[in-house]
Write a protein that binds this ligand. Structure first.
Ligand code: ADP
Ligand code: MG
Length: 265
């Protein structure tokens, strides 16, 4: 049985994101080593969504954090927008933060409970500046509108909003700098079904409107099916199968993917 385990968006050309042989090992006690990410390669082109699916503990979040360089890989290479970012130092990471953002399962990972919604969204704009002479206040209103929230939420604290609204704010903050790539780590996992559907529909709409590339991390195959063009299945730190989502769901080749697809709710 042959399985293609490198999502090769457009063979022969360079992609927006190119990850090659990525490893992230964690030192455990008594000299033991955990291979959380164990040699992963993937590609994402502009405007495309790659879903990274797999059960809890398979290494998805660790991979996502390495891609946005919140974590440093043990080995391998990450190229983004034509640049090798594998070992960029803290100061230099600022230049990629403008073009690459992450949203998390808990919006509080990026939102401060003590800051107003408007201040939280404006924060990255104050650090990085804005093109076109737009003021941070104007941009805050623009992105709030983009995620379907009224300007009146600006003065609220995150705790005064619903879970779904908070996740929209996290998304607005991530989109404020018009990134080329969004890494979304289970952004709907802690939401009720209605809010989940609203966020998924919003992401679909944004995909169409902005030419945003997305690494969408989820344990939910249904969401992957709905949102992604390509899909990569992660198991014990490795990608065991990857390809166009529709094909992968129709005809899974790897036994683990088969199991995932056959037990899909
Ligand atoms: P997933 O997102 O697929 O649930 P994670 O990337 O969170 O998986 O975790 C993969 C593995 O790496 C798990 O066994 C987890 O316990 C371990 N891990 C993650 N971060 C660390 C860390 N900072 N130190 C040690 N082990 C870690
Ligand atoms: Mg995770």
């Amino acid at each position: 049985m042959s399985t293609n385990n490198t999502p090769q968006a457009t063979p022969g050309t360079s992609s927006l994101l190119e990850v090659d042989g990525l490893r992230r090992h964690f030192a455990l006690s008594r000299g033991r080593m955990l291979r959380a990410v164990d040699g992963v390669s993937l590609r994402i082109d502009s405007g495309r969504t790659l879903a990274l699916v797999g059960e809890s503990g398979s290494g998805k979040s660790t991979l996502g954090r390495c891609v946005v360089r919140m974590d440093e890989p043990t080995d391998g290479q990450i190229r983004f927008d034509g640049e090798d970012i594998t070992h960029l130092r803290h100061r230099d990471l600022r230049t990629i933060r403008q073009r690459m953002q992450m949203v998390f399962q808990s919006p509080y990972t990026s939102l401060s409970p003590r800051m107003s919604v408007g201040a939280s969204i404006a924060e990255p704009l104050q650090i990085h500046g804005l093109p076109d002479g737009l003021s941070p206040a104007d941009r805050v209103r623009e992105v709030l509108d983009m995620v379907g929230l009224p300007a009146s939420v600006e003065t609220r604290r995150p705790s005064q909003l619903s879970g779904g609204q908070r996740q929209r704010i996290g998304l607005a903050r991530a989109l404020a700098l018009s990134p080329k790539l969004l890494v979304a780590d289970e952004p709907t996992a802690s939401l009720d079904l209605t809010s989940q559907a609203q966020i998924v529909n919003l992401l679909l709409e944004l995909q169409g409107r902005l030419s945003l590339a997305m690494l969408f991390i989820t344990h939910d195959l249904g969401l992957a099916h709905h949102l992604s063009h390509e899909c990569a299945v992660m198991y014990l730190g490795r990608i065991v199968e990857a390809g166009p989502t529709v094909e992968l769901m129709r005809q899974p080749l790897h036994p683990y993917t088969h199991l995932l697809v056959s037990t899909r709710s």
